[in-house]
Structures are given as C-alpha cells and as structure tokens.
Design a protein around this ligand. Structure first.
Ligand code: NAP
Length: 246
C-alpha cells in the first residue's frame, strides 16, 4: 500500500513539530505548514529526511488568511495526489488582562483558531469524502471545557467553538472521514513560556494527577493513535489529555 500523506498546520515548533516527528516515524509523508518560523520548519524537513524514509515538504501560509490557505492546498496537491490526514494545530493565544482586550483581539484569535480551521477543513474534508477516506484531528484545549481564564477569554471561546465545529465536521463528512479533537492541558511549549515560570510549573504540577506538565510528545502520541487504523471507530469526540485536572 502506498504511504498516506498528512498535512499539519503550525508544524514548525511545539506540539505541531512533535506530531510531525511522530507521524514521520510511522511512515507518513508530510506537508509541514509554518508561518513565521521558516528556518525552524526547513531544519525540521532536513531532520525528518535524514531520519525517516518519507517525502516531506514545508510551505509558508498564514492560516488566518483564506488566500494563503488556497496556496497551501495548491502546493500540497502539486506534491501529493491525496491528503489523507489533516491536523489543524496552528493557533495563537494572546495573553492580556481582560480590560485591555478588544474585539480586534477576538477577531485575530478567531480568524486563525476557528475560521482558518473551518476553511481548510472544508476544502480538504470534501476531497477526503471524494476519496472515501480521511482523518481530521483538531488541536483544541482543556480551556474549552474546564479551565477558563478571563485573560485568555477569546482563546478559550475559540477552542469551545472548535469542539462544536469538530462534531459538525464529523457529521458533514460521515461516514468516510473521522473528525476528532484533542484537548491538551498544560504542555511545555513556547505558547506558555512567559506564563509557565518554574514557580507556576511547580504549583500547577501539584494540581495535575500525574504531577507533571505535559510534553509535546504526549499529545503527538494521541494524535498518532487517532490517525491510525486502530481508532477507526472513534468519531466526533473531544479527547482531553491533561494528566488529570479537575
Ligand atoms: P506554539 O509553541 O506557540 O506553536 C504554535 C505553532 O503555530 C507554530 O508552529 C506557529 O508557526 C504556528 N502558527 C502561529 N500562527 C500561525 C498562523 N497565522 N498561520 C500558521 N501557523 C501559525 O504552540 P503549541 O503550544 O505548540 O500549540 C499547538 C496547539 O496546541 C495549538 O492549537 C494550541 O492552542 C494547542 N494547545 C496548546 C497547549 C499548551 O499548553 N501549549 C495547551 C492546549 C492546547 P510559526 O512559528 O511558523 O509562525
């Protein structure tokens, strides 16, 4: 059987990079999207090429802009016949006091974290339906379910909306495409670098049943399962991965 192809948004750093490494190790061909971190994305392509026998390309596209998503899709289909797996990972989290927040902040967050996911998933999901096969995994957050902060109100709202989008996409693309979301808790990446000081890490670790902050590979392992044959009966679900936080 020919190799399956995965498109991962925001794959230059953090969780997206870990997902790219994990899927490459499982033999998937890859299209790695990035926005600002060109060098990091290109280095990752080289590392993957040297370590794994897969085809891998990177492409710059701002996922909050429809015309750049169109370019990403065009480039991807110039390299691969199908996209079998889509991981909607790219997101921003603007950290600001509640009273400093504006509608513009909300729009910026939603343009990427929700509208970009909708637009890309609509294009790719319909192609997957024509192909009668596909897996879409959206990277949500446990902030969408049980961890709300007025300082990230727009992010939390965007991820709650992403959960509902996930379920609707699962209905729309049934029965051929599995659409699920994973909702991580604290994961040690750049997204939290200002927030997760050593003191806060210590404090938060005590709240977590596993007594540690998550690593990007924890999420990558779950995504790897969700895109595999072994999870073919899981559909329309939001799976929390936070080490146990209540
Ligand atoms: P991160 O370290 O900040 O990385 C974000 C990634 O998204 C980067 O690769 C970045 O690419 C990309 N990105 C940002 N804006 C983009 C845009 N406009 N277009 C395309 N790509 C863009 O974040 P992370 O922690 O890995 O987060 C990955 C996912 O996990 C996100 O959906 C996040 O909401 C979710 N999550 C994270 C945590 C956590 O604790 N870290 C918890 C729950 C959920 P460039 O650098 O190339 O711009």
């Amino acid at each position: 059987m020919s190799r399956l192809t995965a498109l991962i948004t925001g794959a230059s750093r953090g969780i997206g990079k870990a997902i790219a490494m994990e899927l490459a190790s499982n033999g998937y061909n890859l299209l790695l999207n990035y926005n600002k971190s060109k060098e990091k994305a290109e280095n990752l392509v080289e590392v993957i090429k040297q370590k794994y026998n897969v085809e891998v390309f990177s492409f710059k596209a701002d996922i909050s802009k429809q015309e750049e998503i169109d370019q990403l899709v065009k480039f991807t289909f110039s390299k691969f016949d199908t996209i079998d797996i889509l991981v909607n990972n790219a997101a921003i989290c603007i950290d600001k006091e509640f009273n400093d927040r504006s509608v513009e902040d909300f729009k910026m967050t939603f343009n990427l974290n929700l509208f970009g996911v909708f637009y890309l998933s609509k294009i790719i999901g319909n192609k997957m339906v024509s192909n009668k096969f596909g897996k879409i995994v959206n990277i949500s957050s446990n902030n969408s379910i049980n961890g709300f902060f007025p300082t990230t109100i727009d992010y939390d709202a965007s991820k709650s909306a992403l959960n509902i989008l996930t379920k609707n996409l699962a209905i729309q693309f049934a029965p051929y495409v599995n659409v699920n979301a994973v909702a991580p808790g604290w994961i040690d990446t750049d997204m939290n670098k200002d927030l997760l000081t050593n003191d806060i890490k210590e404090l938060e670790s005590q709240r977590i049943l596993k007594h540690r902050i998550g690593e990007p590979c924890d999420v990558a392992n779950l995504v790897s399962f969700l895109v595999s044959e072994k999870s073919s009966y899981i559909n329309g679900q939001i799976i929390v991965i936070d080490g146990g936080m209540f």
